[in-house]
Design a binder for this molecule. Structure first.
Ligand SMILES: Cc1cc2nc3c(=O)[nH]c(=O)nc-3n(C[C@H](O)[C@H](O)[C@H](O)COP(=O)(O)O)c2cc1C
Length: 187
């Protein structure tokens, strides 16, 4: 499937929808280029410092965290509905002791601009380079959110990734249409 360059906001709605459903696939790589993948359910796309930005939140306990500290580049890949099981697996086991690409049959392909690959079977790809990072500040966080999401004080690090390239399958809108009929997602 040919991948065509798109504007970083072209698939905003579908990207946020998939983020809230099965999650997106965040690919990082170590200094030597060895990749890892994890599922993310939190993040946003916007404009900061006049630059297109993909902001992701990663807890320090993740293997991906150590990769991001080593190499600022990452890609965010939007999985089609057929990859729901892969998203679940990549959100459950760690790259410390699993080769999630092999286990789920995910094909890595070199990115166009950054030193972390993309996942071929995904539909939309954002290539990013971290330009800022900060930690969620407990003292500045609403108590209700702290109570609900951080009972173990494992506050996320927030990575601001400048989007250096964005491209998608030619039939991306079709591939990201929510399934209908008996297999449709429940609200
Ligand atoms: C749907 C879903 C969304 C998730 N979102 C995030 C997230 O935004 N940030 C995060 O740190 N972990 C998130 N996780 C958990 C990681 O994906 C999970 O801990 C993963 O095994 C980490 O892999 P790694 O150790 O190879 O980096 C999510 C898991 C699932 C299933």
């Amino acid at each position: 499937m040919a991948k065509v360059t798109v504007h970083y906001t072209d698939y905003f709605r579908q990207t946020i929808q998939r983020l809230r459903e099965d999650g997106l696939l965040l690919v990082t790589a170590d200094r030597e280029g060895k990749p890892n993948v994890m599922t993310i359910g939190w993040g946003t796309i916007g404009s900061v410092w006049g630059r297109p930005m993909f902001i992701v939140l990663v807890r320090p306990s993740r293997f991906s965290f150590s990769r991001l500290e080593e190499n600022p580049d990452f890609t965010v890949n939007v999985p089609p509905y057929e990859l729901a099981a892969a998203a679940a697996h990549c959100g459950k086991v760690s790259g410390r002791d699993h080769d999630k690409f092999r286990e789920m049959g995910l094909t890595v392909v070199p990115a166009r601009q950054v030193r972390a690959p993309i996942i071929e079977q995904c539909v939309v790809h954002y290539e990013c380079r971290t330009v800022h990072r900060n930690d969620v500040a407990p003292s500045a966080l609403a108590q209700a959110i702290a109570d609900e999401f951080y009972p173990r004080d494992d506050y996320h690090r927030v990575y601001f990734g400048e989007i250096l390239a964005c491209y998608a399958d030619e039939n991306a809108a079709e591939r990201l249409r929510a399934p209908s009929g008996p297999f449709a997602m429940m609200p």
